[in-house]
Design a protein around this ligand. Structure first.
Ligand code: BV8
Ligand code: ZN
Length: 260
């Protein structure tokens, strides 16, 4: 069922055939999709300043309640990082594919790299880093965000203009519900899949639910499920094919092979 594959070069024939015949493509992307743009993944060793923290321990409402400046410092650092990075060839390949076939992207990522490459994103399942809002009254915060040049241990979050509350990132923390519109859009995209369509599972460890359950739902619709990930994940075994390579190498090769 699963086939090793190298970087972008020798894609399994069945994977090329699958992308050629698909009328609809659902892309389920995770942090590995952004890795080659320079955005650290969630569970690979955290690079730099935050190598001493467990992101999952910081991405909780409890951590925020206990120490908003500590949690905000981490998100401000990530907002600053995002300002300095660009989409890579894999993001652009998906945008190219979306111009010739019906591509729906449901991402766990809180960055805007798919959009900046030209893709429409149907669902940000875990929210968006730069959708800031008041933690108390939920008023969107559109003001300036000071980002330290160097990561700092603590940083006062911006203040809500309506109620004076702390401003929080618009991401979904562990224990929080996913945005209804994101779940609805993803479930509708899965329901629209038919045999012969394709689900690309790109750069996710397949650990976080309910997002990690979507590849199985696509499989149940009869879609061909293909994983693009340099290493095995928790969803590899359920995929029809796996291409052991990076998003930045495999996706351009896959989209180019479709054209041939
Ligand atoms: C919820 C935003 C209701 C914040 C994140 C069953 C059902 C429902 C919920 C649960 C359940 N069981 C447990 C739960 C609770 C929890 C959960 O799933 N816990 C896990 C740890 C077991 N889920 C929730 O709390 C969700 N809420 O369901 O509400 C509820 C509530 C309580 C109890 C029950 C129900 C909310 C989850 C959202 C959490 N927020 N992020 C932020 O960004 O700071 S999750 C976080 O992990 C990121 O968003 C990330 O996207 C996500 C998943 O990680 P991945 O994207 O997979 O990234 P990771 O680093 O893990 O892996 C990277 C992969 O890329 C690797 O495989 C690597 O090999 C690969 N890679 C590396 N380089 C490349 C590459 N691939 C390709 N190319 C490369 N170059
Ligand atoms: Zn407020």
């Amino acid at each position: 069922m699963t086939k090793p594959g190298a970087g972008g070069g020798d894609l399994p024939d069945e994977v090329v055939a699958a992308v050629r015949r698909a009328r609809r493509v659902l892309v389920l992307s995770g942090a590995g999709m952004s890795a080659e743009s320079g955005v650290p993944t969630f569970r690979d060793a955290q690079t730099g300043w935050w190598s001493h923290v467990d992101p999952a321990a910081l991405a909780t409402a409890q951590a925020w309640r206990e120490d908003p400046p500590y949690v905000w410092a981490w998100y401000a650092y990530r907002i600053g990082l995002l300002r300095a990075v660009e989409p890579h060839a894999g993001h652009r390949a998906l945008a190219d594919l979306g111009r010739v076939v019906d591509v729906t992207i449901a991402t766990q990522n809180v960055d805007d790299l798919h959009e900046r490459a030209g893709s429409a994103v149907a669902a940000h399942l875990h929210g968006s880093l730069t959708d800031l809002r008041c933690a108390d009254c939920a008023t969107p915060y559109l003001g300036a965000v000071d980002v330290p040049d160097e990561p700092v241990e603590r940083l006062l979050p911006p203040t809500c203009g309506e109620c004076g509350g702390d401003v929080r990132p618009g991401v979904v923390w562990f224990g929080e519900l996913l945005p209804t519109e994101a779940v609805t859009a993803t479930e509708a995209a899965i329901a629209a899949l038919a045999p012969g369509d394709l689900c690309l599972v790109v750069g996710t460890s397949g650990i976080v639910y309910p997002a990690a359950g979507y590849p199985a739902a696509a499989l149940a619709q009869g879609a061909t499920v293909v994983e693009v990930n340099p290493v095995e994940s928790d969803v590899s075994d359920m995929c029809h094919h796996v291409v052991r390579g990076t998003a930045g190498a495999v996706l351009p090769a896959l989209v180019a092979a479709r054209r041939r």
